[in-house]
Design a protein around this ligand. Structure first.
Ligand SMILES: Cc1cc2nc3c(=O)[nH]c(=O)nc-3n(C[C@H](O)[C@H](O)[C@H](O)COP(=O)(O)OP(=O)(O)OC[C@H]3O[C@@H](n4cnc5c(N)ncnc54)[C@H](O)[C@@H]3O)c2cc1C
Length: 468
């Protein structure tokens, strides 16, 4: 069962992290590896209850990030660390590369400037291609292609296993993960006393990684109001696995000031993703999808790769970017309060998370706290869910198959339920195993899953929406 603050009542943690999105999970790992006693406070029933549950899963190079920005520095550091640790954590990398596609002379004219910015940003593997050369690497591109910029280093990862691996490593080092625990208020008097929905927690320092609630949490901690979150919705269509063969690379449009634009890209799970849109909204919770917008995404995908026309749709969803009133990441350290805010991590947080964690440790070193000694890094290997590497169902002794669409075995589900950071809700189980993520979206396996998870999820499957 999940920890509750009752088991932490007498303890003062070194670092309390608010939010178990990808950023909070990476921060927990990094501080735990430095020897700190960490606690992660998450108001949702599981990790990735906010922005981090729905993104495009691209490990960015930073080729189009603002030169000299903190975002660029974090993306580059985060990407480098992901590439360095992914083997030891069992995390996949689908080495697709990307093509920034220009469809008219005006867009073609911008490619050289994008390439120059990429080079200035220190990104290798940039190549301007004629339409024919681009099509040689992705034959399905529509005949209207004018030219393209190849960005060889843009890749696809598993956006859910990575943060899970980070937090698992922190928990193996003694870190405590508190779910269904909302930070209500914090007071600093030498140490922090954090009032949560599940009791008080004491910590020497605090890191705000609350994503869509970054500004609210700063206020609740009594920190200066430096920024305001402006959620930006992105709707997606997930195409059937039959589409995968037609999209071996990430297809990017020439970006605008507001958004990286509608992307057509493969996923680590063997589907094709079309999206996201970029829509400002007030609501920080609800991310609805609209039929007209989804139809427009499908139409655009078919214009880019004609073979995608009429391809069956497996799922649709929307995510909310924790954008703010500025384009820049909103990162602040307040040594006098021993507080760090990692806010406004809008469109690149999956790539930048490990970099932001390094930055948080760097900023924390200025708080004047006694140094901790580094423990040996514990071994963590997450079960593979990527189609590009062997899955459990391919083993001769795989046993009962529970989800026939995504080929998920009973023992994979049991392993997730018995793991160090087990799922707290159905969404968490899906993200850890792929169960109910396929063509039937759980129509056939949901009853069996409800049976297997009885008493194991804080929100029982029967009362949750299947699409959550
Ligand atoms: C449509 C879309 C596409 C994207 N594509 C990519 C991509 O391809 N590549 C990439 O690198 N990035 C991408 N991103 C960006 C990336 O997903 C985000 O930058 C990242 O998820 C932000 O993570 P976070 O941890 O800061 O926030 P979140 O994931 O929102 O985590 C914050 C957590 O804090 C919790 N919380 C909030 N308030 C409290 C409280 N009071 N008490 C306790 N807990 C609290 C929330 O429940 C949540 O779980 C995309 C984002 C979107 C939406």
């Amino acid at each position: 069962m999940p920890h509750t603050p009752s088991c932490t009542a007498q303890k003062t943690f070194d670092v309390a992290i608010i939010g178990a999105g990808v950023v909070g999970c990476a921060v927990a790992r990094r501080f735990a590896l430095e020897g700190a006693r960490v606690v992660v406070i998450e108001k949702g029933g599981d990790i990735l209850s906010g922005a981090s549950k729905a993104n495009s899963a691209i490990l960015h190079t930073g080729f189009d990030a603002p030169p000299g920005s903190l975002e660029l520095e974090m993306v580059r550091a985060g990407r480098a660390e992901y590439l360095a640790i992914r083997h030891s954590l069992g995390l996949p990398l689908v080495e697709t590369g990307a093509l920034v596609c220009a469809w008219n002379p005006a867009e073609t004219a911008k490619l050289e400037a994008i390439a120059a910015q990429g080079r200035e940003n220190g990104v290798d593997g940039l190549r301007l291609l004629t339409a024919a050369a681009a099509r040689a690497t992705l034959p399905g591109l529509a005949p209207g292609l004018a030219a393209a910029l190849e960005v060889a280093g843009e890749h696809i990862i598993d956006p859910w296993s990575a943060p899970l691996a980070y937090l698992t490593q922190a928990v193996m080092l003694g870190g405590v993960f508190l779910r269904n625990t909302e930070l209500i208020e914090g007071a600093f008097a030498g140490d922090w006393t954090l009032r949560t929905s599940a009791g008080d927690i004491r910590a020497a320092s605090v890191v705000n990684a609350a994503g869509l609630y970054g500004d609210t949490v700063d206020r609740r901690l009594g920190l200066p109001a430096e920024f305001a979150i402006r959620p930006r919705k992105g709707q997606f269509v997930v195409l059937d696995k039959a589409a995968f063969a037609h999209v071996p690379r990430i297809v990017l449009p020439v970006p605008t000031e507001i958004t990286k634009g509608v992307v057509v890209c493969p996923t680590a799970f063997g589907n094709v993703l079309v999206g996201p849109t970029a829509e400002e909204q007030e609501d920080r919770v609800r991310a609805t999808v609209e039929a007209g917008t989804l139809r427009a995404l499908l139409q655009r995908a078919a214009e880019i790769v004609p073979a995608l026309a009429g391809m069956p749709v497996t799922a649709v969803y929307a995510g909310l970017r924790p954008a703010s009133d500025s384009k820049a990441y909103r990162v602040f350290a307040r040594p006098e309060r021993r507080a760090i805010t990692l806010g406004g991590i809008r469109s690149t947080g999956l790539s930048a998370a490990l970099g932001l964690a390094q930055e948080a440790v760097r900023l924390h070193a200025g708080f004047g706290l006694p140094a901790t000694s580094r423990p040996p890094a514990p071994e963590v290997r997450l079960p593979n869910l990527a189609e590009t590497r062997p899955r459990d169902w391919q083993q001769p002794d795989h046993g009962e198959m529970v989800c026939h669409c995504e080929l998920v075995t009973r023992r994979e589900i049991e392993a997730a339920l018995d793991s160090l950071v087990p799922p707290g809700d159905f969404g968490g189980l899906r993200r850890r195993t792929r169960a109910a993520m396929g063509r039937c979206q759980g129509f056939y396996c949901q009853a069996r899953l409800a049976e297997m998870t009885r008493g194991r999820l804080s929100t029982p499957l029967a009362v949750e929406e299947a699409g959550s």
